[in-house]
Design a protein. Structure first.
Length: 299
């Protein structure tokens, strides 16, 4: 679930996650003693399900013991497997070339990102956006045989392409909508170039906590999750709360998917500058996350 930062929580407004090592790393970046690492491609999926009171989104809470975003709520997701780019994949929906145009990448990279989104959703939530034909989706995926396949994918014992091929399935790229793109700040030791997608829970499928990194999962209305963040009850990273707020206007999963094609995919990358001895950390276009870091810590 790479949403972009690393470390443990420091007290902060609302439920924003703020690692204590950031000030020193930001200063090192500013004085040239820290060289940014290249971000790894990643994908995460905001899985939606309709209810009588509006759509709810599936979220996972990372175990408090995790060094990476411990205790923070996030969506199913993770890094791209290089094989997702290299292998021929059974595919339905918009082509790799069409996805490349939407994502601003080449076709091979687009395939890797879309495959990563679908694979990680299956690995971490047990939900599979694939079907035997271009207009069908698999049903219940909770049997022992499905679990064995999921475990093999998690362990990288098999590639996603081989898994689909053996089961006679096509990846349903039309069930995804690209929503946002966030890149981990340059001062972070673990960096991800993460694409956020929306998708609706397929009929007949159920989510489960299949991730070894999460201690609980919830289906929650975006508004309620945002309220929990504002009250300091739910811990989240900036990309998570930002995308949650962006889902609030939509009355159904279909409504959100219908506007996905028009979402701005310009990457959001945190900036850190020195102003009169004070470090100012900001995410362009997202003023609520701005932090001023004095020698004594964050403000």
């Amino acid at each position: 679930m790479p949403n972009g930062q690393h470390g443990q929580q420091e007290p902060s407004a609302g439920g924003q996650w703020y690692p204590p090592e950031w000030p020193d790393r930001i200063r090192a970046l500013a004085d040239g003693s820290l060289t940014p690492v290249a971000p790894r491609l990643a994908a995460t999926v905001m899985l939606l399900r309709d209810t009588d009171t509006g759509p709810v989104v599936h979220m996972l809470r990372r175990k408090a013991s995790m060094a990476f975003a411990g205790g923070a709520y996030a969506y199913p997701g993770g890094g791209v497997d290089p094989r997702d780019e290299e292998h021929r994949v059974g595919w339905a929906g918009p082509s790799q070339a069409e996805w490349a145009a939407r994502l601003g990448t080449d076709a091979r990279t687009a395939q890797a990102i879309v495959c990563g989104a679908v694979r990680e959703t299956f690995e971490e939530a047990g939900v599979l956006l694939a079907g035997r034909t271009a207009d069908t989706v698999v049903g219940d995926t909770t049997g022992d045989d499905w679990e064995a396949d999921r475990q093999a994918l998690v362990a990288r014992e098999t590639s996603f392409a081989d898994f689909l091929d053996r089961r006679g399935l096509l990846l349903r790229s039309d069930l995804l909508g690209a929503w946002a793109r966030w890149i981990t700040p340059e001062f972070e030791p673990r960096r991800y170039d993460t694409w956020f997608f929306v998708a609706a829970l397929p009929e007949g499928q159920r989510t489960r906590n299949a991730s070894t990194e999460a201690d609980r999962t919830v289906w929650i209305r975006p508004t309620d999750a945002a309220d929990g963040y504002d009250k300091g009850e739910l811990l989240m990273m900036p990309p998570t709360i930002s995308t949650l707020r962006s889902l609030e206007p939509y009355g159904s999963a279909a409504d959100a998917l219908a506007v996905a094609g028009g979402q701005d995919l310009a990457p959001v990358l945190a900036q850190a500058v020195l102003e009169d001895g004070e470090l100012v950390l900001s995410w362009p276009g997202h003023d609520e996350f701005t932090k001023r870091v004095r020698p004594g810590g964050p403000s």
